[in-house]
Design a protein around this ligand. Structure first.
Ligand code: GLY
Length: 371
């Protein structure tokens, strides 16, 4: 088992992040340590309700929780206030009170929706995050971001426009749950691990490179180390900057590029795949602006590629609209495109003045075309 303490000083919040193969079977014990109450709600991705959900349920019932199970659809289109409203109704019907914990079992969408319901029901009830995807284990479940989309009249998703910071009481990551995660999703989680490596621990890149067969075979010891090392980067960042006043924005590395290609239907990219291409574009922008050596950018692309993630757009798209769309990314500060770029000292920095030419060249580097 690997265990880390997350300290959020401004809030007096302190909780454990546990990584342990088989931890799901002991979930009831972990929850009881942090939220000893009679009633609890297990909010679970409908696709794993009968598998991991059943294990979690047995453990929570053995720990003498009067348990209500609520299943959720794990897609961005259902990540809305209507879904949260249905969860409030179920919480009320179950007799949930101020001390009754919500246990979020699933990937990032489940953690976001159930976390937001927990943050707002009766002004906040205890939350336990039990991530079952690699992405959620190393990123979404840590740091207290919860929320839902607010679909916009334009038809766009309005991603995470409604939300709250609500730190969990404990995060329990069981690498055995990754046995049922498909390879494409596992690779998408690896994109976030690579991102963390680029931001703060470049030796994590060689760890992934050297251990890829064991990772893809879901070897428990290797996954435990991968999750712990990658999560450690996120933990250090959210401890220093819970509210994203500065440092936490580094976690958007690859995302400003990635967000504009992720919704394009012709590319059919998952989030992690768009981020992988975004990391390559950010790396190239960093080379062109003198922040990163070419060999370091190549190293980042090499690990992305060996993992089986895309380093280039699967089909060419025009760069003009991509550059224009970046200006509408919600991370825009004062109308300027704010980029996170990797640096040659093994970290990354927030850059407000990346030249448009360098951004255009970065899009060309990953396969966009000039119309
Ligand atoms: N996933 C980015 C953050 O938690 O800040």
């Amino acid at each position: 088992m690997q265990r880390m303490t997350v300290n959020i000083p401004g809030r007096g919040s302190r909780y454990e992040f546990l990584v342990k193969p088989g931890a799901l079977r002991d979930l009831g014990t972990y929850v009881r340590e942090v939220a000893p109450h009679g009633t609890a709600m297990l909010a679970v991705d409908e696709r794993i309700a009968d598998s991991h959900g059943a294990v979690a349920r047995d453990s929570l019932v053995s720990a003498e929780y009067h348990l209500q199970t609520h299943t959720l659809a794990a897609d961005e289109r259902h990540k809305t206030l209507d879904t949260v409203r249905a969860m409030y109704d179920a919480m009320l019907a179950a007799g949930m009170e101020r001390g009754s914990p919500v246990i979020a079992l699933g990937g990032g969408v489940i953690g976001d929706v159930a976390g937001f319901a927990a943050a707002t029901y009766m002004r906040g009830v205890p939350l336990v995050q039990v991530p079952t995807t690699l992405l959620a284990m190393v990123d979404a479940a840590i740091g207290g971001k919860t929320g839902v989309n607010l679909p916009l009249p334009s038809g766009s998703l309005g991603k995470n426009l409604i939300g709250a910071f609500w730190q969990p009481r404990v995060v329990v990551a069981d690498p055995d749950t990754l046995l049922t995660l498909d390879d494409r999703e596992l690779r998408c989680g690896l994109a976030e691990c690579i991102k963390h490596g680029v931001i703060a621990d470049r030796s994590l890149l060689s760890f992934i490179y050297d251990n890829l067969p064991a990772i893809m075979q879901r070897e428990a010891k290797t996954l435990t180390e991968l999750v712990a090392r990658s999560a450690a980067v996120k933990v250090a960042i959210v401890q220093a900057d819970e509210r994203e006043a500065g440092l936490r924005a580094l976690l958007n590395l690859g995302h400003t590029f990635g967000h504009v290609i992720e919704p394009l239907p012709e590319l059919n990219l998952k989030h992690g795949e768009a981020v992988a291409i975004g990391l390559c574009a950010a790396g190239h922008t960093a080379v062109l602006t003198g922040r990163l050596n070419l060999s370091q950018a190549d190293e980042i692309e090499r690990v992305i590629s060996i993992v089986g993630l895309p380093t280039r757009l699967p089909t060419p798209v025009e760069s003009g609209p991509l550059i224009a769309a970046m200006a509408y990314d919600k991370k825009v500060a004062g109308g300027r495109v704010r980029l996170v770029l990797p640096t040659s000292d093994g970290s990354a920095e927030l850059v407000d003045d990346a030249p448009r030419d360098a951004v255009a060249a970065a899009w060309a580097h990953v396969g966009a075309i000039d119309a």
